[in-house]
Design a protein around this ligand. Structure first.
Ligand SMILES: [Zn+2]
Ligand SMILES: [Zn+2]
Length: 127
C-alpha cells in the first residue's frame, strides 16, 4: 500500500503550490502598485528609480495582504524605513488598544474621601 506515502506527498505539493501562489500574488500586486503609483514614499516623499526601487515596498492600508483591489486603493508605496515605522505603530495600537472601549479605571470610587469631613466641619462652623 502506498496510499499513505502518496497522501503526504500530495500535501507537500499543496504546501509548495500554496507558497508559489502566495509569492506570485505578492509579486503581482507589487508590480501592479509600482505601475499605478509614482515611485515616491508616501511618508517621507523620498523618490526612487530603477536602481533603488527594491527599497520601495507596498504597504496594505488595512494591513490585509489578501485585500488587493484593482484600483490600488488599499496600497501605499512606502520606503523600507517608513514601512517599518508604520507597522510598529500598528502593532502598538493592537497591543495597547485604542482609547475607546477599554476598561475604565475608577479612581473616583476610592473608598476614602479626604474632603468628606471637611464639609461637615465647614457647615458646623457656619452654623
Ligand atoms: Zn519613507
Ligand atoms: Zn505594510
Amino acid at each position: 500500500m502506498t496510499n499513505k506515502k502518496n497522501s503526504s506527498q500530495t500535501s507537500n505539493d499543496l504546501i509548495a503550490q500554496a507558497r508559489r501562489d502566495k509569492e506570485e500574488r505578492e509579486k503581482g500586486y507589487r508590480e501592479r502598485a509600482l505601475k499605478l503609483y509614482p515611485w515616491v514614499c508616501g511618508r517621507c516623499t523620498r523618490e526612487f528609480d530603477l536602481k533603488t526601487v527594491r527599497e520601495l515596498t507596498v504597504h496594505h492600508k488595512d494591513h490585509n495582504h489578501d485585500n488587493n483591489p484593482n484600483d490600488g486603493s488599499n496600497w501605499e508605496l512606502l520606503c523600507l524605513y517608513c514601512h517599518d515605522n508604520e507597522h510598529s505603530r500598528y502593532e502598538e495600537q493592537m497591543r495597547y488598544g485604542s482609547s475607546t472601549g477599554g476598561v475604565k479605571e475608577n479612581h473616583s470610587a476610592a473608598t476614602h474621601s479626604p474632603f468628606a469631613n471637611l464639609k461637615s466641619l465647614l457647615s458646623n462652623k457656619n452654623a
